[in-house]
Design a protein around this ligand. Sequence first.
Ligand SMILES: [Ca+2]
Length: 254
Amino acid sequence: MVKAGLPPNDECPAFGELRRGKPMTNDKGMTKSENRRSRDVFFVIRLPRRSPAAKAGASSFGGRAAFTILELLVVIAIIIALAGLVLATVGYVQKKGARARAEAEIAAISAALESYKADNGIYPRGNAADPTTGTAPFNTDSENARADGNPANYVSASLFLCKVLTGDYNADRQIGAGETAKSYFTFKPNMLAPAGGTGNVTAIRDPFGNSYGYSTAYQYDPNTGYNPTFDLWSTGGVISTTNPPDQSQWIKNW
Ligand SMILES: [Ca+2]
């Protein structure tokens, strides 16, 4: 509380009284020092008295009262709630970015497949023998998106697709002797498994870390697959073992 106000100006003593050697007093008979003490009183701020219990709980930090357990718990709960909101937002943004990247990659690979079709008359279909070994690769007709929702099963099909589009038939990430096929697509290192840019390629990797799916099943049997051309998809990070698989999260070209 502040006892307000300065004394009025007319309380100040006249200088003439000082010259005549009289004690300097105002019209209330107060000397200058008395008047100053009186003025000092006007600026005292009185804090409410602390109870003995509060004094006992005072910390050593300037006598300030410590936080209670309840206050600390409330603060911790608020921090946890805010951290949860931030993490949820970051997760949502990352997932949305990964889906956008998968859509762009599927569009780019599809464009490369059209170039391949323009040169060869067909889409890559699991019947192009490896020119370095002469062995038949994985048959993409047998990969059926209608029945298979597990990206672990797509590895062979996407590796075949990678070999055909890049011309790197031994999958060592470079075009060597005997690998003279035209390259239709250059995969960025983060699009190939294993991640890290080293080691023989095992699959085309989607932004969720799983293999892309590639299939020509519909060309073999119209009751399987989806497109009469080719199926190319990412499961969007979902691994489904049911038949038919849950495709609600998939990014696909049909
Ligand atoms: Ca090679």
